[in-house]
Unconditional design. Structure first.
Ligand code: ZN
Length: 330
């Protein structure tokens, strides 16, 4: 059985390894919620195999299996952006979920053609603390190579600067943070809008670890840039962030429900591959081992990174909750 959203004996065994590592309180800085019916057909394997309504309650129960439900204090929730979905509908659902989850916060989708008055109306919700721009809302058909300017509207920077909001930034293009256009654009914006706070998702999208390892130093002096660990299953990018930027700027994030995928993401050649049920026929491989869940793989990577740089228990508490509390104003 190699399905997503399951929890096997192996998963339980690996989860138990984290008992002495994890602090008592975890705040998840990167988690997604959705209703399958709000997504355009056909939906991906992760959506079709999981619950129809992915709510904070599901987040707590499923992630709780991996990390202990009593540890989960709250999350920064965001919609699950997919091409062709209606951002206004996804944002409305997020606000409904936040109403029932007062200990959590939300980041709303912002797109190049949104209107200022609509965005300001969303910001009136007291738990909305930032924006989630996403490349799939850029113009054109292949948005995986989109420039930041094509999917992060200047309006997001203006509002974030004025109000101290967070922009959760999932950069794209082949080289991610090693891409000169991404570097120029972000450094320019951070200088023009110093009041905005930037959360570089997925360790500056360091799924190909060297992209982050070699270039994260460029962000070391920018006090308004943070990084989340979500979805990262290898230690090197996390080690580089801790070494160059320090433990006060790294935030643990689960990337739920990506944490429910059975497999992991690995650096390969000049890019990366998600090893999952779509790309790997686990049943046909020589049985040298069984895959576990991305949430557990990424926790292993984070543990390895924290141990490599020698973080103290007190420093770990910042990574797992304290930094998020400060950044999200909790
Ligand atoms: Zn995510």
């Amino acid at each position: 059985m190699h399905r997503n959203w399951t929890f096997t004996d192996l998963d339980a065994k690996i989860a138990a390894e984290f008992g002495d590592f994890l602090p008592a309180t975890l705040f998840d800085s990167h988690a997604h919620l959705y209703r399958v019916r709000d997504m355009p057909e056909p939906v991906g394997a992760l959506q079709s195999e999981g619950p129809a309504n992915v709510t904070p309650r599901i987040w707590r129960s499923r992630l709780g299996r991996q990390l202990g439900p009593e540890r989960l204090a709250g999350a920064l929730f965001m919609p699950f952006p997919v091409p062709g979905a209606d951002p206004a509908l996804l944002n409305r659902r997020l606000l409904e979920d936040l109403d029932r989850e007062p200990g959590s916060r939300g980041a709303v989708i912002i797109t190049p053609n949104c209107r200022r008055e609509d965005v300001e109306a969303l910001l009136a919700h007291p738990q909305v603390i930032g924006f989630k721009p996403y490349h799939c809302f850029a113009p054109g058909s292949d948005t995986s190579q989109a420039s930041l300017r094509e999917f992060v509207p200047e309006l997001a920077w203006e509002l974030a600067h004025e109000r101290g909001l967070v922009i959760v930034l999932h950069i794209v293009r082949h080289a991610a943070w090693a891409d000169p256009d991404n570097q120029r654009t972000l450094l320019d914006w951070c200088e023009r809008f110093p009041g905005a706070r930037v959360q570089m998702a997925h360790a500056a999208r360091g799924f190909h670890a060297p992209n982050t390892v070699r270039h994260v130093r460029l962000l070391a002096s920018l006090e308004n840039v943070w990084f989340d660990t979500s979805g990262i299953c290898e230690a090197p990018a996390l080690v580089a962030i801790l070494r160059e930027c320090g433990h006060r700027r790294l935030l643990w994030g689960s990337d739920f429900p990506v944490s429910e995928i059975r497999g992991r993401c690995v650096t390969v050649g000049d890019g990366f591959v998600w090893l999952d049920g779509d790309s790997v026929k686990w049943d046909e491989l020589p049985a040298l081992g069984q895959p576990t869940l991305v949430g557990l793989e990424s926790m292993r990577a984070l543990r390895e990174a924290c141990e490599t740089v020698g973080l103290s228990r007190a420093q770990l508490r910042y990574v797992f909750a304290g930094n998020a509390r400060r950044l999200f104003g909790l």
